[in-house]
Design a protein around this ligand. Structure first.
Ligand code: PRP
Ligand code: MG
Length: 211
């Protein structure tokens, strides 16, 4: 019996995810060539997946746990629980508009076109504030949208802020703050839960040592 964990295949979380597992004494290959790897010294199988696909795998119970950003869970992670916050990959999900445009309040989004990869997150924000706006779904390079006339505003991840800066945008609303977490499938079985508890114990020791 093995615990099945999903990890981001490439991108910001990949390295830190493997790092924390390594600190837990679990050694695995980095997934650059293989999409599935077995841990050498722990009953665990690793699946390297695209970030956006991971919530569905957790919901279906195809994987038991995952290291993923809270922002992705907020967008499409209903039913998935968080076992531990991992303290890395901190970022915000924010609304931004062209630097030269004035901004007074969220009411300024009324009737505007907003480009984003996070439609549910933006919709929630708009609904909470009683705003009507058009959402344009883009899967990457969202910050270019205002410059090519595709949108008046964007909603995307802000980490260092350099992508906003380079595209002449300014952050005007923070919709949520996020970091990497250990997420758990609602379908995990009891045998694998026992393995998860062992892993969690190690993770908590590592996090304590990092403080
Ligand atoms: C992510 C995100 C932002 C940027 C934020 O994009 O979508 O654009 O990083 O980071 P920063 O504040 O440190 O600049 P990524 O580079 O992963 O590319 P993508 O949007 O094309 O997926
Ligand atoms: Mg981007």
């Amino acid at each position: 019996m093995k615990l099945r964990i999903a990890i981001q295949k490439s991108g910001r979380l990949n390295e830190d995810s493997l790092d924390i597992l390594k600190n837990c004494g679990v050694s695995i290959d980095n997934g650059k060539d293989q999409l599935k790897a077995s841990a050498r010294n722990f009953p665990m199988e690793v699946f390297y997946l695209r970030n956006g696909d991971i919530p569905q795998y957790l919901k279906d119970g195809v994987v038991d746990i995952a290291i993923i950003g809270e922002n992705v869970l907020f967008e499409k992670g209903e039913g998935i629980t968080v076992a531990e916050k991992l303290g890395f990959s901190k970022c915000k999900v924010s609304m931004a508009i062209p630097k030269g445009k004035q901004y007074t309040s969220f009411k300024d989004f009324e009737g505007k076109r907003i480009a984003t990869s996070y439609p549910n997150t933006v919709n929630k924000f708009l609904e909470q504030n009683g705003i009507n706006a058009d959402i344009h779904l883009i899967n990457g390079s969202v910050e270019i949208a205002p410059n090519i006339g595709l949108a008046d505003a964007i909603c995307d991840i802000v980490s260092s802020g350099s992508t906003l800066f380079k595209n002449n945008l300014k952050e005007v609303e923070v919709l949520l703050k996020s970091e990497a977490v250990l997420a758990v499938s609602p379908k995990i079985d009891n045998e694998r839960k026992v393995i998860l508890d062992k892993l969690l114990f190690r993770i908590q020791s590592v996090l304590k040592a990092r403080q």
